[in-house]
Structures are given as structure tokens and as C-alpha cells.
Design a binder for this molecule. Structure first.
Ligand SMILES: [Zn+2]
Ligand SMILES: [Zn+2]
Length: 132
């Protein structure tokens, strides 16, 4: 299953009401992650953490709670997702400690168009990094 990331007006409205809300799932389709415009300004560690969490929701299903979404995302993507209490971008925000590695994993989960638009601009050229 590959997932699509789409900008969504409802996500913009949610983010305006509550800063920590950048994305949601199961809006119109079960393979789409809706994001707000502001997500593109997040640092990699939050951006990657949020996308992984949302993929967790899509895999875990509509009824899954936050914990279940994170657990399944961690298991599938092999990266831990934590919450950071206070950030400049909202409180209790998802964070991962190796966003570049997570970006590599996301390639298997996102539609090529979404990957090119949102992830590729964030990939760092790093010859020391091993890509398996
Ligand atoms: Zn939406
Ligand atoms: Zn969630």
C-alpha cells in the first residue's frame, strides 16, 4: 500500500485552532494523509515523526488510538517516535531522532509524487550514510 500526502483546508483550520495539529487521516480516503501548509516549515525531525505517525494511523485503522498508531509505525519503519513537550512549533509534537533514515524508509510507503514533492527536497547528500 502506498499513501498519498495532500494539502487540506481542514488541516489548515485545525492547525489554526491548535498549533500542534499538522495532519490527519481518514478524511475522504483510507490511503491519504492530509497536511496543513505549515507542515513544510517544520524541521526534519518533527516533519518525519508526524508523517510516520500518520502512516501508523492508516495502517492501524480508523479506530486505532495515538499509541497504537505510533507502535505500528515504529514497528514498520524501524524508527522511534516520541513526543516533545515544548517546541516552537507546538506542544507535544511527534519527533524522531534520525529523520534522514526515516525519509529513506518512507520511500516504500508514499506515492512517488508525494515523495518527490515533500521528502526529496529534504534529503541530505551524505556519503557516510549507509543506505540498505
Ligand atoms: Zn483532510
Ligand atoms: Zn494521531
Amino acid at each position: 500500500m502506498s499513501y498519498q500526502v495532500l494539502f487540506c483546508e481542514e488541516a489548515n483550520a485545525d492547525h489554526k485552532h491548535c498549533k500542534r495539529l499538522y495532519a490527519h487521516t481518514f478524511h475522504n480516503a483510507s490511503n491519504v494523509i492530509c497536511v496543513c501548509d505549515a507542515i513544510v516549515y517544520l524541521p526534519d525531525e518533527h516533519f518525519a515523526g508526524i508523517l510516520a505517525h500518520e502512516i501508523g494511523h492508516l495502517i492501524a485503522g480508523y479506530d486505532a488510538d495515538e499509541d497504537e498508531a505510533n507502535k505500528i509505525a515504529e514497528k514498520r519503519l524501524g524508527q522511534s517516535i516520541e513526543y516533545k513537550r515544548h517546541t516552537d512549533y507546538g506542544n507535544d509534537l511527534e519527533i524522531t531522532n534520525d529523520p534522514q533514515l526515516l525519509f529513506e524508509q518512507l520511500k516504500d510507503y508514499l506515492e512517488p509524487e508525494s515523495y518527490e514533492e515533500l521528502i526529496e527536497p529534504r534529503l541530505e547528500e551524505d556519503e557516510d550514510r549507509e543506505i540498505e
